[in-house]
Design a protein around this ligand. Structure first.
Ligand SMILES: Cc1cc2nc3c(=O)[nH]c(=O)nc-3n(C[C@H](O)[C@H](O)[C@H](O)COP(=O)(O)O)c2cc1C
Length: 352
């Protein structure tokens, strides 16, 4: 089992927009498992990334993909969405928007490249693989992880033959993996989700969402999690690709500043509230679904990052964002694990 090869039960979460190969490598080399968010990579770039990671480390790492059906765009809806974004584009002097040639990287070619590249582990979100797709990965020696936000989703991943399930609580930063029910019916906190998934399936369970210090790691290991997956706590690490205005927003954040929104991407995600989130909220129900809105806001978000303006950026972060810590990712990983060991010792010496 792949987790037995780890020196620490810590997975650095895949984070599109904030992750980087250097972050993946730093955590894998430190004894946890780094993940690389590869959803935006075409097949050739994905193959090259796996080859580079393999050259740089003999430790396990994971490649993460979004499972999305081909996009069906309604052009009238797209034009309405572009009209809503036009005043924001003017703010940055961006020219009138063209309809993008591609809404997202098509999944099938990405998946074929992934099977061929055969990374040590692969994790998936937003959907589910078929039994044959899981078998194809496993036959190449890749450990398969599916993301679940409900017990039914965890059972579905077990049924297609996944090796482990990532139980992703409501607290988690960024987009969550919900794929069976409506997001409103999939808002389960990490403790309840972990306990109920652990009882419902026979696979190892990875706990994710709101885990940003050693005490939280100790708690979920005591609850039976095989390993933890941590995203937000790495957002300020030196190796993360988190932009400067995003880092400043995290450093200055108020305790309860994260909210769920679909205004940036068309899919609910958790981030720090800003002007774009507040002002676009009135259109929340009309905004086209992921990945259409995501593609339409891409240039705007890039312009905002260049201009250092946090008010127009998607500032993805989880509910424990106050605990994000600066420093080298390897050091953060070692600190988290030594704090967790200390917390486990303290709890057992106090109560046993
Ligand atoms: C900035 C950011 C980007 C994310 N991108 C991805 C992604 O590309 N794929 C994925 O499966 N999960 C993604 N997530 C979710 C994380 O993998 C993980 O489940 C989550 O960060 C755990 O909760 P935490 O943020 O409270 O630690 C992202 C999270 C953040 C904060």
């Amino acid at each position: 089992m792949l987790f037995q090869a780890l020196a620490m039960p810590i997975i650095q979460a895949p984070m599109l927009g904030a992750g980087a190969e250097a972050l993946t490598l730093a955590v894998s080399r430190a004894g946890g498992m780094g993940s690389l968010a590869a959803a935006a990579l075409g097949p050739a770039a994905l193959t090259a990334a796996v080859a580079r990671l393999r050259t740089e480390t003999d430790k396990p790492f994971a490649i993460n993909l979004f499972i999305l059906p081909p996009t069906q765009a309604d052009l009238a809806e797209v034009r309405d969405a572009m009209a809503r974004l036009a005043p924001w584009r003017e703010r940055y002097g961006l020219p009138a928007q063209n309809i993008p040639n591609q809404w997202a990287e098509p999944f099938e070619p990405q998946f074929a490249a992934l099977v061929e590249a055969a990374p040590p582990a692969a994790s998936f979100t937003f959907g589910i693989l078929t039994r044959d797709q899981v078998s194809a990965l496993k036959s190449r020696g890749t450990f398969v992880v599916g993301t679940a936000t409900t017990v039914a989703e965890a059972k579905a991943w077990e049924a297609v033959g996944a090796d482990a399930v990532c139980a992703q609580g409501f607290e988690a930063g960024g987009h969550r993996g919900t794929f069976l029910k409506d997001v409103g019916e999939s808002q389960i906190g990490m403790l309840a989700l972990l306990s109920t998934i652990r009882e419902a399936i026979g696979l190892p369970v990875i706990a994710a969402g709101g885990i940003s210090d050693g005490k939280a790691i100790a708690a979920v290991l005591a609850m039976g999690a095989a390993v933890v997956q941590i995203g937000t706590a790495y957002l300020l690490s030196e190796e993360a690709a988190t932009s400067a205005p995003w880092r400043r927003a995290i450093a200055e954040v108020a305790d309860d500043a994260t909210h769920l929104t679909r205004v940036f991407s068309g899919r609910y995600a958790r981030g720090i509230e800003n002007d774009f989130m507040r002002e676009m909220q009135v259109f929340s129900d009309e905004i086209p679904a992921y990945p259409i809105q995501n593609a339409l806001t891409q240039e705007l978000r890039a312009a905002a990052a260049r201009a250092g303006d946090a008010q127009l950026l998607s500032l993805w972060a989880g509910q424990s964002v106050k605990l994000a810590r600066p420093g080298a990712a390897a050091e953060i990983t070692r600190q988290l694990w030594s704090e967790a060991q200390e917390a486990l010792r303290t709890a057992s010496s106090r109560w046993l």
